[in-house]
Design a protein around this ligand. Structure first.
Ligand SMILES: [Zn+2]
Length: 80
């Protein structure tokens, strides 16, 4: 039983229940780190909820690329 595959299954399950993508932001001013669920059409957050400075930048989009293909099954065999 591949543990990695099971972990992926949990992420996919979360995506099904929460169709909105989660974005990861970080404030350059105070270092505050947070995630926000937004639709693709929402404007990205620019103002820090903690220090109110316009220093927030997006770290990454949390939707896994591998979700589209079968690549994550292959990594289990090749990681020997
Ligand atoms: Zn801040």
């Amino acid at each position: 039983m591949p543990k990695r595959g099971f972990h992926r299954a949990r992420i996919i399950d979360t995506l099904w229940r929460n169709p909105l993508p989660t974005y990861h932001y970080r404030c350059k001013n105070c270092g505050y780190d947070f995630t926000e669920q937004q639709s693709f059409t929402d404007d990205p957050i620019t103002v820090c909820p903690k220090c109110s400075q316009e220093q927030v930048h997006k770290v990454y989009s949390a939707v896994p690329i591998e979700f589209k293909g079968h690549g994550f099954y292959r990594t289990d065999k090749s990681s020997k």
